[in-house]
Design a protein around this ligand. Sequence first.
Ligand code: FHN
Length: 600
Amino acid sequence: MKIIKICLLWAIFSATSVCSLAQELTNERAKWFTDARYGMFIHWGVYSGAEGVWKGERHRDGNNYAEWIQYRNRIDQKEYLTLLDRFEWDRIDPEKWVILAKNAGMKYVVITAKHHDGFALWDSKANSYNVAQFTNPQRDIIRELAAACKKHGLKLGLYYSHWIDWEHKYGWDHTKEITGLSNENYDRYWQEKVIPQMRELLTGYGPISIIWFDMWINHSQTVVSKDQLMQLKGLIRELQPGCLINSRLGLSLQEDSDIDFEELGDNQLGNMSRNFPWQSPATVADSWGFNRLDTEWKSTSTLLQSLIGNVSLNGNFLLNIGPRANGEVPYEISQRLLEIGDWLKVNGESVYGCGAFTLPKDQHDWGKITFKKTGSGACLYLHIFNYPLDKQLNITGILSKPAKVYFLSDKNKTPLSLNHITALTTIKLPSNSPDPYDPVIVMEYSAFPDVSEGLAAKNIEGGFSLTPYNLNVPSENLKISERNRLGTVPPHCIVKEKTIFKWKIFADKPGIRAFDVSYSYQGAKLKNMIVLKAGQKTINYSILPTGKTVVEPGENYLADNYKSNRIGSIDFPGTGFYEIILEIDPEENEEINFQWLWLK
Ligand code: FHN
């Protein structure tokens, strides 16, 4: 799907000051949401009977989105409905999905009340294309789900495809980009189906906590008008003032800042901390509706790390299940969900009600940090994704000493051995990790911990990797090139004129430290210079050509060579903060690609 456009929305969103306004407006309403952090998405409908295959042919699109099969494989509506013959209605029990969500540690459920195919999963009086008309005895899946959510204490959200509707004569389907659809006719769809159906959902099913819209482009790029979206939003605010609305309603924040949370692109995880509520919708494989050919299952660790990564940036994670036409949730999904649920039973305190801490997001290479205020104090939760081989966990940048440090899984809160020097906290870990996925250490502070900003962290190898990404003060002027597709060219900064890089580190002991620099220089001159300054000392180093490396034999596939060059050593006379300055000064018309500076 058009994830790039969602990214654009995200970028616009971050750039605007309207965010803080919207946050003020929505904070109270969204409080439960930002506390909950983890929810279940359910894609289930007529398409679940096809399982991503129609008359022997797989779904016609690379993304495997099985819920699109009617549109992609150009299926006539009458034939599409024959898929309902495959449904085992006596086995279909939405309460089982809710119980799974509960056991998985999820706090809310969002179901496709109506997906793009236009088929309603409730007994809609406004439009007969709904489940009650095709079941005997008549079913109302939304009512059943609402009752189960109430019974098990989960919030209920409803996905409603407002923009696209393949059933209504005047609903939007992309083919109408060719055949045309007048605004008047589209408004007939809107007034005849969207508004009455939304009214039904908002008045007949108890409290609805989220209406999850799904227009991933701005309305100005398609048939929907701002007035229609405002009408829809107004209806929700009128009928259920506590209901959250996601950003895929389709209005830009400049037009109207009154949405409750930002929905990122499909499977797009957060990449920065934000103070406005946001969420990633995610799949366990690729498809949302069940697709039997889609078997690239993400691992439990990957999914758990995605959840934690989002929470560490103030985000939510909405993980999808695609039940089959017999109501069953595929084992590959339920197994992963329950494994995460077991982890949350022990470690949920580090997720629910947690958010971002003030340190930079990728500061530590061993994992992530989540944060929670506790009365006048605070807790930091250290999620160890990479358990250090030397059993030393270094946390750089926190000036306060924690009052208590222990594993969250340890009911006795046995204190872990700790060393705290100025800006470096080091925890001695036991030989064996207490958790296969993510052992969590709690660092309790009696007050909000003081932080030293702009420090490069001591990494899991016990040294400092200084790159264009962890400068003391980030610079927007640097020309950074990301790693290429296969990673044979690593991320680097392209230096064409004299450039000064500055980092700050905390040295926890005095001593002589060796410096290595990784760069690529594809020219032939010998006078390009690197000057390194640290602790009153200077090293001058002449850059030499690094040549090429052969990536694959016999394919003439060459990549620029980046290798480690020892440039000298400097004595750090005492424990403390040091500024490290690197100047790269290429000759005229020369280009040096700087990757990293390493010291240990
Ligand atoms: O087209 C839909 C898709 O089928 C699925 O529902 C996802 C979930 O985020 N939303 C749209 C694409 O972004």
